[in-house]
Design a protein around this ligand. Structure first.
Ligand code: SF4
Length: 696
């Protein structure tokens, strides 16, 4: 039986995976040597994908109020509830909450149903929690949500600066590639900016353990320092950008020009700041990569902008080994962005400008078109808690475990009249609140496409027989669309039909400066789609991929120039008597552990839900190593085991995001994260909560 080539289920690296054959739930997978993202490498999560395929706790049948039913009954009931909500309360009473775990085809149909046929733009995604700050920053600077560089740039750079990224654990194969490149290039430098001494920081040439939230100040300080020493690229700035002088003035005002003072403000040693600035100034081939430490902030957009500003000012963009690089968390956060999975997007990188609404309305032959952006994730659940959302359809995500302010999310799920949850497992924190549960296909069963952090579109291919009555999410959404009377608009027979339509819509962009397009993929036959090889968009008129953007110095703005944006990122609230909780991933678990939590090999890495705290704080609070502690604030509370370590600084804490009510009696970090968001992106500040800790 021939091998199946597919893509890993987990992170935004998007590694290719080879499975020996079809139909076997006990397969050993291996890295796909021909895939450009990983070239055969896999991390431990990818290597043990085969351990997650058994049907333990699997959802097999649709159910209504806890009783199994059939798809016809469930679809009819959902369509009926949607119609009642439309008639009695209007389109804005309906919400969808999607996921970067969905395939692009699922995302596309959900978006089309909601924004084109139910008239609601209340369609948001857990990608809001992941990279929406970077999306907004890209759009402001480049005119479109475009990631300039690629993974090869990380290898080709002579300096890689990682800001707020524990690449070694969150994107392990990229870290492997980086380390391998360092072995071959002894001059290559790695600088890590992170309050914690992570595994990535320990591998760095220089670690800057800055005070939480001061990264924007440090990077603005670097811009001012470079300008004062004529270490910027004036010719590039004059030819390819706008707005530098105002941006520089604001950076100077924010960070000052007194280096010792800047170092003190950021909680860093002066010598380390000098070393960072000198190395950055001297190294033409620099990639600055960032992840959740920047994005999950009250000023995530502005912080992302400080990175982009630096690369525009030095002309280090669009060249081999030179780029600002946002690395996404989830396997298909990028694909969701392509089809308009965010409440402020439409489809094919279009926003809600009237001409875009008209164009998409016409393309879809929409019957009830949303004309304004909808509610972003935190606002969506707040509206639900206030009774303004009557029907909420949640697909492939567990918001009760991942959204900030879990008590508010619980109230929202209790208040919504009809909660529909599409998932693959029976027991999650969120499924417990569902009125209607739909069994979705899991990784290994479903077919479609995902796009990774470097804009590389790859196929996920099914190799297992779907169990019970589990169905693709796009199919369930389309059935509901048809049940509402939109038979033609949702007459998809296979994932390839959805993809072709998405690609066709993208080609309508070619008449403007917008760059996203999938030219040539809009006429794929089902066989072509089956054989589709990884490809980096945008595609040229003759179907050629684009590994690196902006090489010609043209950006996706009307005049082709990039925009500097003056920014003063807001820093988080400090407290002299409370501790600062930081959150993130551990190496071997994924999200709320509905998959990885059942793989024995993966649970060996960290069995307990631990709270990392400095021994000085533990001593002050009378907390012993491994003691059970309660973490609490005005939002809520959770229990964890104390891990006394100097990898966190005094006054700071770290707890992994994976534990939740299913695995920990009082839930996880979501209980105490306040719903503070970036004002532009709506991304929650999941990296910072003020809490108290006490022994239990
Ligand atoms: Fe999967 Fe990410 Fe690991 Fe690659 S690095 S195998 S995509 S989890």
């Amino acid at each position: 039986m021939s091998a199946v080539h597919t893509t890993c289920a987990y992170c935004g690296v998007g590694c290719g995976v080879e499975v020996p054959g079809r139909g076997d739930r006990s397969v050993r997978v291996k890295g796909l040597a021909s895939h450009p993202a990983n070239g055969g490498r896999l991390c431990v999560k990818g290597t043990h994908l085969g351990d997650t395929l058994p049907l333990k706790d699997r959802l097999l049948y649709p159910s209504i109020d806890g009783r199994d039913t059939d798809w016809d009954t469930a679809v009819e009931l959902i369509a009926g509830r949607l119609q009642v909500a439309l008639d009695e309360y209007g389109p804005d009473s309906i919400g969808f909450y999607l996921s970067g775990q969905l395939l692009t085809e699922d995302y596309y149909v959900a978006n089309k149903l909601a924004k084109g046929f139910l008239g609601t733009a209340n369609v948001d995604t857990n990608s809001r929690l992941c990279m929406s700050s970077a999306v907004a920053a890209h759009t402001r600077a480049f005119g479109e949500d475009l990631v300039p560089g690629n993974y090869d740039d990380l290898e080709q750079a002579d300096l890689v600066v990682l800001v707020g990224s524990n690449l070694a654990w969150a994107h392990p194969v990229l870290f492997q590639r980086l380390q391998n490149a360092r072995q071959h290039n002894p001059h290559k430098q790695l600088i890590v900016i992170d309050p914690r001494r992570t595994e990535t920081a320990e591998a760095a040439d220089l670690h800057l353990p800055l005070k939480p939230g001061t990264d924007g100040r440090l990077l603005n300080g670097l811009l001012a320092w470079l300008a004062d020493r004529n270490q910027i690229d004036r010719a590039y700035i004059d030819t390819h950008t706008q707005g530098f002088d105002d941006t520089l003035a604001q950076a100077r005002e924010h960070a000052g020009t007194d280096l010792p003072q800047l170092a003190e403000d950021c909680g860093l040693r002066l010598a380390d700041v000098q070393s960072f600035f000198n190395t950055f100034a001297a190294t033409e081939k620099t990639v600055t990569a960032w992840s959740m430490g920047i994005n999950q902030s009250r000023s995530g957009v502005d912080k992302s902008q400080t990175i982009i500003n630096l690369h525009l000012a030095t002309g280090r963009i669009g060249k081999p080994g030179a780029a600002p690089f946002s690395i996404t968390g989830q396997p298909n956060a990028m694909g969701g962005r392509e089809v308009g999975g965010l409440a402020n997007q439409l489809a094919a990188h279009r926003d809600f400008a009237p001409e875009n609404v008209d164009a998409v309305e016409q393309f879809w032959q929409a019957k009830r078109m949303a004309r304004q952006p909808g509610l972003k994730a935190v606002d969506l659940f707040r509206a639900a808690a206030e009774g303004r959302i009557k029907v909420l359809w949640i697909l492939a995500t567990n918001p009760l475990a991942s959204m900030p302010d879990a008590p508010l999310v619980k109230k929202a799920l209790e208040r919504v009249e009809t909660v529909i949850v599409s998932d693959v497992v029976q027991h999650t924190d969120t499924v417990a609140y569902a009125d209607i549960v739909l069994p979705a296909l899991a990784w290994g069963e479903k077919d479609g496409t995902v796009t990774n952090s470097e804009r590389c579109l790859s196929r996920q291919r099914g190799f297992l027989i779907p169990p019970g009555q589990a169905k693709p999410d796009w199919w369930a959404l389309a059935r509901v669309g048809q049940s509402l009377g939109h038979t033609e608009a949702f007459a998809y027979e296979r994932a390839a039909d959805v993809f072709r339509e998405h690609a066709r819509l993208s080609t309508l962009n070619t008449d403007s400066h917008r760059q996203f397009n999938l030219t040539g993929l809009d006429s794929l036959t089902p066989a072509d789609y089956d054989n589709l090889q990884p490809v980096q968009w945008p595609l040229s008129d003759d179907g050629e991929p684009t590994p690196r953007l902006f090489s010609d110095g043209r950006f996706a703005t009307p005049d082709g120039k990039a925009r500097f944006i003056p920014v003063t990122p807001e820093e988080p609230t400090e407290s002299t008597d409370r501790l600062r909780l930081n959150t993130g991933r551990i190496r071997d678990q994924w999200h709320s552990m509905t998959r990885t939590g059942f793989a024995p090999r993966l649970t060996q890495h960290r069995r307990d839900f631990t709270l990392a705290m400095h021994p000085i704080d533990a001593d002050r609070l009378g907390i012993a190593a491994d003691a059970l502690v309660r973490v609490h604030n005005e939002q809520g509370r959770f229990l964890a085991r104390a891990d006394l370590t100097d990898t966190v600084q005094p006054g700071q804490l770290f707890a992994p995001m994976h534990w939740n009510q299913t695995f920990a009696s009082e839930g996880g970090v979501a209980q105490v994260i306040p719903p503070k968001v970036d004002p532009l992106a709506g991304q929650p500040e999941s990296k910072h909560a003020l809490v108290d800790v006490e022994p239990v």
